[in-house]
Design a protein around this ligand. Sequence first.
Ligand SMILES: NC(=O)c1ccc[n+]([C@@H]2O[C@H](COP(=O)([O-])OP(=O)(O)OC[C@H]3O[C@@H](n4cnc5c(N)ncnc54)[C@H](OP(=O)(O)O)[C@@H]3O)[C@@H](O)[C@H]2O)c1
Length: 263
Amino acid sequence: MTIAQRRLAVAGGTGLIGRMLVDLAGERGWTPIVLARSTGVELTTGAGLDAALEGVDTVVDVTNIGSANRSAAVEFFGTVSRNLLTAGRRAGVRHHLTLSIVGIDRVDTGYYAGKRRQEEVVAGGPVPWTVLRATQFYEFTEQLLGLVPGPVAVVPRMLSQPIAAREVAAHLLVLADARPAGRAPEIAGPATHRMADLARRLVRTRGLRRPVWELPALGATARAAASGALVPAEPGPRGTESFEHWLSRSAGRPEVVRAGAVR
Ligand SMILES: NC(=O)c1ccc[n+]([C@@H]2O[C@H](COP(=O)([O-])OP(=O)(O)OC[C@H]3O[C@@H](n4cnc5c(N)ncnc54)[C@H](OP(=O)(O)O)[C@@H]3O)[C@@H](O)[C@H]2O)c1
């Protein structure tokens, strides 16, 4: 079957990376199908899913929950994955691809517990699968600035090797077009950064008068995130776009990013 005849369902296709994935898939000749509440599919109950998956070859899951609460995140990612896989099996889906995050088993936040549950459900599920772990998106810098409203931006101490979301979207499409691979090599950006430094650069480029205060790393979880546990430990694909380049194409257009969940 040619790519043009293949239907690619994007769970979370109205979200930050989901929209990029849907646009790129369309440009590359796939027929993208968006699975989201705003398109009539409720993934926590499965309502609307069977009809939407008719004729779908590959599912990419880039859903998200706007909460850092541990039980809410575990329940959301576990249930959404189970529903996608069960309906996917009924529909004859041949490949289930999930986007996860580098370092989730080294940093124990509530949100990452949800991502670990998502990976477990996918790996134990009935559809051949691939999990791609990515580092934080450059767009996450924008989300960090929105974490605590007020005249001062308070951001966690965090060392990351961030990447432009659109490079992750492009890599997801490469994986979608290949055989299910289990755990794929982790993807990251070209350089490591302290997220507070990137937040300061974003504030400056936007011309905002908002000092950025980096939280001290208190406790084991914060210390792990501060000391590099979210940076890939092994080689893998690396994005080429620098943070500076991303800033120059996106910082004057804040609508390219939108506030999301705490990660
Ligand atoms: N941001 C980062 O730095 C980063 C890094 C690595 C990996 N990731 C992963 O990337 C994924 C996507 O993140 P994102 O920031 O692009 O997400 P996002 O912008 O918050 O979008 C979330 C998507 O999920 C859909 N959704 C949420 N609840 C739903 C439900 N009950 N039923 C159906 N659809 C639902 C939303 O659509 P509706 O609202 O229309 O339902 C939306 O399309 C997440 O799994 C995240 O862990 C993020």
